[in-house]
Design a protein around this ligand. Structure first.
Ligand code: XMP
Length: 317
């Protein structure tokens, strides 16, 4: 008879036994899995768990600061590393989606490796791998996915040679959320939509620049806050916005404008493998569209994506 409390108690005891006085390094992504894995390991070994949270400059608006503060509030031994510029430099001139993913993955590995070297005598790499990741072998979300798909770039980084500890390996997402709840993790963290490892980097179609990130962060912020405010956030499985490499003509007062187009995306789904575009109230879409065009400089047109998966994917790149 599985209960989240019993799972947590047993797992913490097992981790204590397995890890003893060893040091563990773990990459936090801000997502549910890495957070719950970190809290479990932290309960077992306290500050011998060294968490690393990397800002790749492609996170949501204020996400790095807010999530870091909540990790600290949870008593995790966490180091926030702002490596935004390194990622922007690596992305310069790249337009192909797979090239962009590879560059983001490569820089993540470099930054994570640099940081993990600062933890002396670490023995273990903690990961938030869950059961579907184990069976699919390629996880779709989180830094563990980035690590897996990019571990062959320039030889194995040192942290990949560590022994791996994965307390959530036997759980599905729903089990992870229930364990997280029984560990008193903030429901706002547990209920978060999935967010891709390459972040806004694959939602800015074409070349990524710091300025485009800033624009998309503003758009995304209005979009996600609007969903929350209208109690639609939990109805939707994932939502995001895309900055298109297209300019369109508009009018503002007496002036003709020629500015960017953004696409809003919201889907309902069970596991992301298939998805339907979310049928959101027109009044709500109207309000969000007006807010975006009035408040975000550089955007004069908003479209809503009405494609389901398959054949469309959730992301545009
Ligand atoms: P698609 O676009 O393939 O997305 O329908 C399915 C789910 O996977 C996420 N996604 C990614 N996650 N790295 C990630 O960590 C990636 O490169 C990546 N591409 C897509 C997407 O956000 C959705 O949840």
């Amino acid at each position: 008879n599985w209960t989240p409390d019993a799972f947590a108690d047993t797992m913490i005891a097992e981790l204590k036994e397995q890890l003893g006085d060893d040091k563990v390094i773990l990459g936090l992504s801000g997502g549910v899995d890495s957070t719950v894995a970190a809290v479990l390991i932290n309960k077992a070994i306290g500050s011998n768990l060294h968490c690393i949270f990397v800002n790749n400059g492609l996170l949501r608006k204020n996400e790095f600061e807010e999530v870091l503060a909540s990790y600290e509030g949870m008593g995790l031994n966490v180091k926030g590393v702002d490596a935004s510029q390194r990622f922007y430099d690596a992305l310069e001139g790249l337009t192909d989606p797979e090239d962009k993913r590879k560059a983001i993955g490569r820089v993540f590995v470099e930054v994570f490796d640099d940081e993990s070297h600062k933890v002396e005598n670490a023995k273990w790499l903690g990961q938030g791998t869950i059961y579907p990741d184990v069976i699919e072998s390629v996880s779709v979300n989180g830094p563990s996915a980035t690590i897996k798909s990019h571990h062959n770039v320039g030889g194995l980084p040192d942290y990949m040679k560590l022994k791996v500890v994965e307390p959530l390996r036997s759980l599905f997402k729903d089990g992870v959320r229930r364990v997280g709840k029984s560990l008193d993790i903030d429901p706002k963290i547990l209920g978060r939509h999935p967010f891709p490892g390459p972040g806004l980097g694959i939602r800015i179609l074409g070349e990524v620049t710091a300025e485009k990130v800033r624009i998309l962060q503003e758009v995304d912020h209005i979009w996600i806050n609007g969903l929350r405010k209208h109690h639609l956030y939990d109805y939707v499985w994932q939502a995001g916005s895309m900055l298109l490499p297209v300019q369109s003509v508009g009018v503002m007062g007496d002036e003709r404008t020629y500015e960017s187009v953004v696409a809003l995306r919201a889907v309902t789904s069970v596991d992301g493998m298939t998805a339907d575009w979310a049928e959101l109230p027109h009044e709500f879409l109207k309000e969000v569209s007006n807010d975006i065009i009035n408040r975000v400089k550089g955007v004069n047109r908003v479209v809503y994506d009405i494609s389901s998966k398959p054949p469309a994917t959730i992301e545009w790149e």
